[in-house]
Ligand binder design. Structure first.
Ligand code: HPA
Length: 253
């Protein structure tokens, strides 16, 4: 079953026919909110709002472990994660969608493993390619079928938040090779790997990163809001197409 994790601007899915909600419990506590079960185009999916349904949980306080665990525990085997990002690469402008293929993790102090049991040996998993190729391809295929333009690949630099970055930090991130900056990509992607979930992310560019483009003099929150509304319609369309393609056997992920 497909799990969808919605970020800022996507606390619910208009095209999801909800059947029921469930408050899940996990060994790591409660997820960000009740799991929302429903159908998109007759396909069963579970939706979860990463920041809670009232958007009250900041990125550094999201219980990523409980979120991923609860999805897995309820039959999810593949996950699309939607996350807003700021564009660092000049080609990533507000309103664009991007499917990152790499991650640089700048976060700290977040609970970053589910594989913790007293007395059990430490587990190191391969993370050379942090996203599931099948899910990335399915998203690219869905975008092609739906006529949605979307950028294939890019390095997602994940910062701690909740504050936005300084211009110097963005310059450093660019030197590191980051194309976009957001606050929620990790440890989410790694936890998905630990739980053997086929996971990929849709980056929704909602602003130029600090010190860049129209954010040269600062990031304007009103601009983010105005971009969010429009671009999330595209995201909904993309998800619908993803599920439709899967149902048609066009690109099973
Ligand atoms: N920085 C960090 N996270 C973000 C940004 C940004 O510029 N835009 C959206 N999420």
């Amino acid at each position: 079953m497909l799990g969808i994790i919605g970020g800022t601007g996507l606390t619910q899915l208009a095209n999801l026919e909800i059947t029921h909600r469930k408050v899940a419990r996990t060994p790591f506590g409660e997820p960000s909110g009740a799991l929302t079960f429903g159908h998109i185009c007759d396909q069963e999916v579970i939706f979860l709002a990463r920041h809670g349904y009232g958007h009250t949980i900041p990125p550094h306080e999201v219980n990523y472990r409980a979120n991923l665990w609860a999805l897995k525990d309820h039959g999810v085997d593949r996950v699309v994660s939607v996350a807003t990002v700021g564009g660092i690469h000049p080609g990533l402008i507000p309103g664009m969608l991007v499917i990152p293929d790499q991650i640089i993790d700048y976060t700290h102090g977040r609970e970053a493993t589910c594989l913790v049991e007293n007395g059990k040996p430490v587990t190191h998993l391969d993370f050379t390619f942090p996203y599931c190729d099948r899910m990335r391809k399915a998203l690219l295929q869905a975008a092609a079928s739906a006529g949605i333009s979307l950028r294939d690949g890019g390095v997602y630099g994940v910062t701690q938040g909740p504050r936005l970055e300084t211009a110097a930090e963005i310059n450093r991130m660019e030197r590191d090779g980051a194309d976009m900056v957001g606050m929620t990509g990790m440890p989410e992607a790694y936890l998905a790997r630990e739980l053997a979930l086929c996971y990929a992310a849709v980056g929704v560019v909602v602003n130029y990163a600090a010190g860049r483009g129209l954010s040269a003099d600062g990031i304007q929150m009103e601009e983010i809001q105005s971009v969010l509304g429009e671009v999330m319609l595209q995201v909904r369309h993309l998800l619908e197409q993803l599920v439709t393609n899967d149902a048609a056997g066009l690109c099973q992920f």
